[in-house]
Design a protein around this ligand. Structure first.
Ligand SMILES: Nc1ncnc2c1ncn2[C@@H]1O[C@H](COP(=O)(O)OP(=O)(O)OP(=O)(O)O)[C@@H](O)[C@H]1O
Ligand SMILES: [Mg+2]
Length: 229
């Protein structure tokens, strides 16, 4: 599903590498944590996968294709296949929960009928059916996180990527979100979660890719630890 071959990313000439020579491969149906302290390169890695940015060097393959070479007109299709929950949510604050989720469908050219059916369904999945008509700016952080997840899920992507989905949430809500991601994974969707929440990572016992200052320093597959450097 996702393959990084010696991927490096430098945002500008003066800066250090945000990612340096990173290689890994993620198969269909896997659940993978991307772990590392602040600035390690977690968000950069996810942004490379949806081609929000292009690698400075190396090859990033998604669904078997080098996405650096993907023509611009193919980007919407790539991003429909990958649901992304952003660290900063990127919701439209003064619009309702339903409208935010509906927008993700509208840009794909979905019919009104489709939208009327799919939005309530996905809001039900994330437990937000009661909040459908509320404006996003009136919601709590945990609720906004769920709107982001609903929006990412509504196009039934084959990969879901969540960037720090438990940041700023109380432990109970964090666990709810993670359990939701786990059930999405159990239904066949590949899940990538970037986090520095050690407790969650230990609890879920999934594959963990460790980043440290832009370098991949470990890849731990369900208890089998491979030290890379
Ligand atoms: N848009 C940008 N322009 C320039 N440098 C950036 C940009 N985004 C990230 N960086 C740099 O790249 C490095 C990795 O940042 P990144 O956001 O990927 O880290 P992170 O692991 O997601 O951190 P956090 O846990 O704080 O979210 C940092 O040194 C950061 O300063
Ligand atoms: Mg980040």
């Amino acid at each position: 599903m996702v393959e990084a071959d010696n991927v490096s990313m430098k945002y500008n000439r003066c800066k250090q590498y945000a990612l340096e020579d990173v290689s890994f491969s993620i198969s269909r149906g896997e659940f993978v944590f991307i772990v590392g302290s602040s600035g390690a390169g977690k968000s950069t890695l996810l942004k490379l996968i949806i081609r929000e940015i292009k690698p400075t060097a190396g090859l990033m393959k998604v669904f078997g294709k080098d996405i650096s070479r993907l023509p611009r007109r193919r980007l919407p299709s790539l991003r429909r296949s990958i649901g992304m929950v952003f660290q900063d949510f990127r919701l439209i604050d003064d619009r309702t929960v339903s409208e935010n989720v509906a927008f993700a469908l509208m840009v794909t050219g979905a019919s009104r009928r489709d939208i009327r059916k799919k939005v309530p369904h996905v809001l039900g999945l994330v437990g937000l059916q009661e909040k459908a008509k509320e404006r996003v700016c009136d919601l709590s952080g945990g609720e906004q996180q769920r709107v982001g997840l609903a929006r990412a899920l509504v196009n039934r992507p084959s990969i879901i990527m969540a960037d720090e989905p438990t940041g700023n949430l109380d432990p109970g809500t964090a666990l709810d979100i993670m359990n939701l991601l786990r059930s999405i994974n159990l239904s066949g969707t590949t899940v990538l979660v970037a986090t520095h929440n050690r407790e969650i990572v230990d609890r879920f016992k999934k594959r963990v890719i460790y980043l440290d200052q832009g370098k991949l320093i470990g890849d731990e597959q369900k208890g089998i630890y491979t030290h890379v450097r």
